[in-house]
Design a protein around this ligand. Structure first.
Ligand SMILES: Nc1ncnc2c1ncn2[C@@H]1O[C@H](COP(=O)(O)OP(=O)(O)O)[C@@H](O)[C@H]1O
Ligand SMILES: O=P(O)(O)OC[C@H](O)CO
Length: 624
């Protein structure tokens, strides 16, 4: 087979959706599929994903994309390898023996560990951590999410005591499950591991000082840290349309976007506007520990040699747009935000500090809350839409200023990608505010492309970076700044004022009360803020009114009898104790009737159909 006949698959498991794309050697996607999955918000500030639903979403996307690939006349046997890229920090725990998840994954945006963070910050040794791992103590990294689960979820604590608790970020979880539990392939790539606070940036391995600090040394199964591009470490897919195909690349999604943008030289940067927004600046082969509110992270690790980046992380970008759509019903589809914002000339005096998870870089204000300033009778939806887009652009400006201070260098152009970069207005605003051109490539699936490159390099599809040069090179758009630096500085001054005013709305005591139940105990490392009253806080509270529908906690059996689905389910009606109550078999027909039996049976296992069932029966399905 000639290299030109090879294809590489890429799993992109993001915060709000999962995709699978199949790239040819020219880096063009030839087939793809995308599904959204449940976003679970059990309490204010909490954000969870069902780990099994993440796996099913991946399997669904692979099946559909491979089908499309074959319908276009290609053969699946030409897909030589697969890469994985994923949302980072999101914390998954499972039983190392059974492979079953022990809790919903706590998503990177989740702020429930705030009281733990506050307590940990007071320890004298806390100041040493950032020099080792590159990250400040915050609710963002995996470490405090894991500590929260150890303290609040009995099942997790029991597994910890038994010595069977496995921890991983989403990359580890997917690799583990895609290989089949019995294979026990338990690894993480360095870019993902660098987001846990457990890995030293210098050794690229777990660090005893860090593990001791968090009280988990020797007590938890941690994935082996391996390079981002490796022909053996990640095993191969055990079943489904790509059975037997090896996984050869793995990168956290922001690192992957940098690779997909081919930011291989020091001084190159990219900004990805997805759910959040993340600016990565390549600093070369030595980490730069920021003194201006940025993170130091592994950009990629090809061939065991790491390249590092300075990172500016913004918690809310596209999720601000989704907030306007889902919570305020401003429009039906994210892409409409652009026209709504264009319906007015400017922000009409509104500044929206979208601090839904506090403020991340470069501010790191844990207690900031989402706040809109400047509302008058004049304010229209369009003004708020503009202010929402501007919020991410202002934070990007603050990050670039910090980056210049840390690196001593000025960026000449910013490469962008991610869902929100589709908004021309947002990108024009960005160029205006940072006073340098913004370059948006034609093919914007750069995150997926990065993982494909990582895998393709290991498989020999490409032999070196030079062979990647022509990928996605033409057809991009450049947004040139259209306002003066003085005008930009004036707008930015207003934003900075708003940031300062967004803090302290709810006092520290209230925040602590929210996060810490009475009677704290010491666990697991001498920190005393954790709970003690044996309440399982992982159990959901009643759902908000609009989603007040029965909850299926587990679909225990399913079969296809002709044109009718039968799904036996255990439900709970949203009550506090979440005790399962058996319900009779639910028969579901409707728009599934036309599907042929084989398809139907295949689909029964998939999230997509579960979501259809959910719509038909108004049920929320956790997993099958
Ligand atoms: N045309 C658009 N204009 C503005 N925002 C958009 C547009 N399309 C998608 N988005 C936003 O981008 C986000 C999805 O981007 P994506 O890169 O897929 O994110 P993720 O990988 O985090 O799931 C959503 O939050 C959505 O609101
Ligand atoms: O899902 P995204 O694209 O917003 O990325 C999430 C980040 O990896 C979180 O650090």
């Amino acid at each position: 087979m000639q290299p030109s006949e090879f294809f590489v698959g890429s799993i992109d498991q993001g915060t709000t959706s999962t995709r699978f794309l199949i790239f040819n050697r020219d880096g063009e996607p030839v087939a793809s599929h995308q599904v959204e999955f449940s976003q679970i918000y059990p309490n204010p500030g909490w954000h969870e994903h069902d780990p099994l639903e993440l796996v099913y979403s991946v399997e669904t996307c692979i099946d559909h994309a491979v089908r499309e690939f074959e319908e276009k006349g290609f053969s699946r046997s030409n897909i030589k390898c697969v890469g994985i890229t994923n949302q980072r920090e999101t914390t998954v725990v499972w039983d190392h023996e059974s492979g079953e998840p022990l809790n919903n994954a706590i998503v990177w945006t989740d702020t429930r560990s705030q009281a733990i963070v506050t307590e940990l910050k007071q320890r004298p040794d806390a100041s040493k951590l950032q020099a080792i791992c590159g990250l400040p103590l915050s609710t963002y990294s995996s470490s405090t999410k894991l500590l929260w689960m150890l303290a609040h979820v009995p099942k997790v604590k029991e597994a910890f005591d038994r010595g069977t608790l496995a921890f991983g970020t989403v990359d580890s979880w997917l690799v583990y499950r895609l290989n089949g539990v019995r294979a026990n392939v338990f690894v993480s790539d360095s870019t993902n591991a660098s987001r846990t606070m457990f890995m030293s940036l210098h050794s690229l391995q777990y660090d005893d000082t860090l593990l001791d600090f968090f009280g988990i040394k020797g007590k938890i199964h941690l994935p082996r840290i391996v390079p981002s591009s490796d022909s053996h470490a990640y095993g191969s897919i055990v079943s489904g349309a790509l059975e037997g195909v090896p996984i050869m690349g793995c990168l956290g999604d922001q690192s992957s976007a940098l690779v997909g943008q081919k930011g291989f030289s020091p001084g190159m940067a990219k900004n990805t506007y997805g759910t959040g927004c993340f600016l990565l600046y390549n600093v070369g082969e030595k980490p730069v520990i920021s003194t201006h509110g940025l993170l130091a992270t592994v950009a990629y690790n090809f061939g065991g040699k790491a390249v590092y980046a300075l990172e500016g992380s913004i918690a809310v970008a596209g999720s601000g747009v989704k907030f306007l759509q889902n919570n305020l019903a401003f429009f039906q589809d994210s892409k409409e935000v652009n026209d709504l914002a264009l319906s007015v000339e400017d922000n009409g005096g509104c500044v929206f500090v979208t601090a839904f998870s506090g403020l991340f870089a470069p501010y790191w204000i844990d207690d900031a809350k989402g706040t809109i300033f400047g509302i008058t009778q004049y304010t229209q939806k369009g003004h708020i839409a503009r202010a929402t887009l501007e919020a991410t652009c202002f934070q990007t400006k603050a990050i670039l200023d910090a980056m210049e201070k840390d690196s001593g260098k000025t960026l000449s152009e910013l490469a962008v990608d991610g869902g929100m970069s589709n908004s021309d207005l947002a990108m024009q605003t960005q160029a205006d505010l940072i006073s340098i051109p913004v370059y948006r490539p034609k093919m914007r699936e750069t995150t997926a492309l990065g993982a494909a490159i990582a895998a393709g390099l290991a498989a020999g599809l490409w032999r070196n970076f030079a062979e990647l040069r022509d990928i996605n090179r033409v057809g991009g758009v450049v947004f040139e700044p259209r306002i003066t630096r003085e005008e930009s500085a004036k707008k930015f001054g207003e934003w900075e004022k708003a940031v300062q005013m967004s803090r302290g709305w709810i006092g520290a005591e209230k925040n602590a009360q929210d996060s810490v139940p009475n009677g704290a105990q010491k666990w697991p490392n001498g920190t005393s803020v954790y709970p003690a009253d044996n309440r399982d806080l992982s159990a959901p509270k009643p759902l908000p009114k609009q989603s007040q529908s029965p909850l299926i906690s587990d679909v225990v059996a399913g079969s296809n009898t002709g044109t009718t689905f039968k799904v036996k389910a255990w439900t709970a009606s949203g009550d506090l104790d979440f005790q399962p109550a058996k319900v009779p078999t639910v028969s579901i027909s409707g728009d599934l009737e036309d599907a042929d039996e084989e398809d139907l049976f295949l689909e029964l296992r998939k999230v997509e159909i579960l979501q259809k069932l959910k719509k038909l029966r108004k049920l929320k399905l956790s997993y099958y």
